[in-house]
Design a binder for this molecule. Structure first.
Ligand SMILES: [Zn+2]
Length: 186
């Protein structure tokens, strides 16, 4: 399968600042593709991609855990638990942390699945993101309801992978991960 590119233009430094954040000079003439470079004082700020990860967590019946997003972007759509890497954090540790925070589960990362680019629009800035997806299993399964992080998560569902409509899933990257997962378990 070919990993499709995310549609839409990637925002760059030229679109983000009208003035230099350090000296206040006009940013007109800033033409660098990846960095804001001030023509007046030389201040340079690279706009690197953010790194995020999602977990395809299965239960004993092979169902996948999905959470319903409580906030924009893609509020109300389903997603795999996960989030952005903190500075100094590797993907596996970050994924375990995010899953613990979002649904209160301890998981073990068992395998890498795929990656996909994403655009994450949050409060007037659109961040270019690289999403990594991993297969996970629950370390200590129990029948108790999940502990959901109310600020981020409006609900959770265990779903048969074959019964999930991609249109229910937030972001092209997460839809791609679902597709890769279905190919893998065929
Ligand atoms: Zn400057």
């Amino acid at each position: 399968m070919e990993n499709p590119a995310v549609p839409g233009s990637i925002p760059g430094p030229r679109d983000s600042f009208a003035h230099c954040p350090r000296c206040g000079a006009s940013s007109a003439g800033n033409s660098h593709n990846r960095a804001f470079v001030c023509a007046n004082c030389g201040f340079t700020l690279y706009f690197n991609i953010a790194c995020a990860f999602g977990g395809l967590i299965t239960d004993a019946d092979g169902r996948l855990l999905l959470v319903r997003r409580a906030k924009e972007p893609s509020k109300g759509l389903l997603a795999f638990p996960g989030g952005f890497a903190d500075p100094g954090e590797d993907a596996e540790s970050g994924l375990r942390r995010e899953v613990r925070e979002e649904v209160g589960l301890s998981v073990e990362v068992t395998d890498y699945l795929c990656s996909h680019t994403n655009l994450y629009a949050y409060k007037e800035i659109t961040y270019p993101v690289l999403d990594f997806f991993y297969l996970c299993r629950v370390v200590a399964p129990n029948d108790k309801p999940l502990t959901l992080q109310a600020s981020e998560i409006a609900g959770s569902e265990w779903r048969d992978p074959s019964g999930i409509d991609p249109d229910e899933i937030a972001f092209a990257s997460q839809q791609w991960a679902l597709r890769c997962y279905r190919e893998k378990i065929k």
